[in-house]
Design a protein around this ligand. Sequence first.
Ligand code: GLY
Length: 333
Amino acid sequence: MLPRRTFLRRAAAMAAVLGLDPARLLRAADPTAAPISQPLSSGARFKSGHMLATWNHGIASNEEGWRQMQAGGTALDAVVEGTAVVESDPTGSSVGLGGRPDRDGKVTLDACVMNAAGDAGGVCFLEDIEHPVRVARAVMEDTPHVLLAGQGARDFAIAKGFKTRDLLTEDSRKAWEEWKKSAEYKPIINIENHDTIGMLAQDLEGNLAGACTTSGLAFKLRGRVGDSPIIGAGLFVDNEVGACTATGLGEAVMKTLGSFLVVELMRQGASPAEACLEATQRIAARMPVEDLQVGYLAMDISGRAGAHAIHGGFNYARTLGQRTQLIDAPSLD
Ligand code: GLY
């Protein structure tokens, strides 16, 4: 656990970087301080199109999201079709096609979606389907359930018309062969480059939605499921408050129900940046973080965005109207 004075020092430094009131940020950063209790201050709902997506690949996701919105699509259309672009990219080694396999050489995928009405759908341990995020949408829209797993999720997808294909690319197969040579079970979370694609959108009506999709930890134990398909962990959306998605080591996110936590902190008055900072501090206060990375990305209904990671290297794409920026998230380092 980090000492209290380290929390305070880091929070004060962060306040300076973000141009925020240090007293308020210290309160958000310090898990021993009293909870933030002010109501959400801004009453105005942003309606000009706002998207956030994790990592460099988020640029392509947001571009597709903007196309969806320009064609009259909702925030849900934007996040599903935006993340589907990355699922189809064979160069992405942690999502969809080309995702690194489990220790048995099988690519297994997790995804979820949540819409402005608070409906949610997800799939986990899904094999042979290129677009788990679209299957997650179908679970939400066409079943009374929230989460389908494994063979059942695959059967459901096929029944809905999704085609099967082998998702193990030559690159991924080679990486798996290399990993096997070490004969040591050690899952790898990519902390420098990219991981889960999480995307949040607020459409031209001002409504929110989110999606999260991943192939999970490289060379994981077969059957392992991370945070990405779990509502409240990898993703949470509340159309009256804001939305959050997570990237990084799913076990740490699940143990702290991070995305739900971030949205609840925003409900109590924290800005997206303050809420993401506190959620990363919550992890650092509970477990050793030297070898794990988690990043949170959040927006509120008034058009504010924020992010925070445990370690440096997490970036995200932010699109406001037609303008897109790649932004480095602050970290606890
Ligand atoms: N965040 C992706 C995973 O842990 O599976």
